[in-house]
Design a protein around this ligand. Structure first.
Ligand code: SF4
Length: 342
């Protein structure tokens, strides 16, 4: 993770306030972790895909227990669209997951994040997924809305080897939170997160990274500044290390209608692959609608996908300053948001 002088991390669509010394998990990680993050930054900066992806984003399920207002799933379900889930709702087959992890870990994969479109804790074997990846020597990350993060689930995940957990929690205020995160209960969610932090402490898992993040409205107002300060106080008070603020993406908006950069090198094309629950593989978090499919992990090795003609041509367009020739990239929010301040 690239540390800037301000103690914050900035990606095109997101910035994060790093942990203060008392909550910092980095000193408890081996040097190989810092080497991996340096390589992560280098690949994105230099546009070098290396021989194999560093990271896999896997969707254990495309089901979710909430219907958050800003989520593409919510919009697609409301509009009856199916391109994001052509086979309907479902969970990843464990054998597919096992093949991906066991086949990739020896080839240079360093980390896996268990989340894309759905809520990962809904997968009945989520703890086994964490255990397998951790036992294969990978850093194992997970985003969750924390609705199902009971004390038992927290303990099981931590004991299975979860290394990074990111809580999606969109407002420090109960009414606003429940308006955005439809179906969620503010107090129960906070109590679950508190329980996770206590289990982490009890088990002595000092190297585990925790982060709470919220999506901000574009353009800061005094209300936004106050919400950010209240949010920080809430989660830092619970011992959560990192505080993240994301920029919103409006589903369905063609961002090429807004002023954006003429050329854009999308860093994720050179370091990670996204695998939907059914095995279909895409290059980025911006393509929920599967317009940029680069392979199928149910039928191909990951190395083959990484060097596929589809992936190479996408990278070539970005490296050649022609990202706008790719319709999905031209309309994508990421190049546009990369020029804004969070
Ligand atoms: S759609 Fe294109 S520009 Fe957007 S995140 Fe994906 S690769 Fe990057």
């Amino acid at each position: 993770m690239e540390e800037m002088a301000t103690g914050a991390y900035r990606s095109p669509t997101y910035y994060e306030l790093s942990a203060p010394p008392g909550l910092d998990w980095r000193p408890y990680r081996p040097k190989s972790y810092a080497d991996y993050r340096r390589e992560w930054d280098r690949r994105g900066r230099e546009g070098d895909p290396g021989g194999f992806p560093l990271h896999l984003d896997i969707d254990p399920t495309n089901r979710c227990n909430l219907a958050c207002v800003m989520c593409p799933r919510t919009v697609y379900l409301r509009e009856g669209r199916s391109e994001w889930a052509p086979g309907g709702l479902g969970d990843m087959d464990f054998a597919l997951y096992e093949g991906l992890i066991l086949g990739s870990a020896p080839l240079g994969l360093k980390s896996v994040k268990l989340n894309f479109l759905g809520e990962p804790l809904l997968h009945p074997r989520i703890a086994d997924m964490v255990r397998l990846a951790s036992g294969s020597g990978l850093w194992v990350m997970l985003n969750t809305n924390a609705q199902l993060l009971t004390r038992d689930m927290s303990r099981e995940l931590l004991e299975a080897g979860l290394t990074d957990v990111f809580f999606s929690f969109d407002s420090p205020y109960p009414e606003e939170y429940e308006r955005i995160r439809r179906g969620a209960d503010y107090n129960r969610t906070l109590s679950n997160i508190r329980g996770f932090m206590e289990e982490k402490e009890r088990l002595g898992k000092k190297a585990v990274q925790t982060r709470a993040s919220m999506v901000l409205p574009l353009g800061g107002t005094e209300d936004t500044l106050k919400a950010k300060a209240d949010y920080m106080a809430l989660f830092r008070g619970m011992g959560v290390a990192e505080i993240g603020f994301g920029l919103p993406t409006e589903v369905g908006l063609d961002y090429s209608t807004l002023p954006g950069p003429d050329s854009f090198l999308c860093p994720d094309l050179f370091r990670r692959v996204f695998v939907f629950h059914d095995g279909v593989a895409g290059p980025c978090c911006g393509d929920w609608e599967r317009r940029l499919v680069v392979g199928d992990a149910a039928a191909q090795e990951l190395a083959e996908i990484w060097h596929s003609a589809a992936y190479r041509s996408l990278r070539a367009a970005h490296l050649g300053g022609r990202h706008k020739e790719v319709p999905a990239c031209r309309a994508c929010s990421v190049p546009y948001l990369s020029g804004l301040e969070a």
